[in-house]
Design a protein. Structure first.
Length: 51
């Protein structure tokens, strides 16, 4: 299982959850949480499998 996430603010692509969270904390710490969860059609994350 691989991680892939694009920052909704600056559109930078991340392949590690740790680096993504560090990026949010250091580069976007002044933004409100609502800025990250705008309804932009992004798929919701889920660990459940529908197999």
């Amino acid at each position: 299982m691989t991680f892939s996430k694009i920052c909704p603010i600056c559109k930078q692509d991340f392949i590690s959850l740790e680096t993504y969270m560090s990026h949010i904390k250091s580069d976007h710490n002044k933004l409100r949480p609502e800025e990250f969860v705008k309804n932009s059609g992004e798929l919701k994350w889920s660990f459940r499998s529908d197999d």
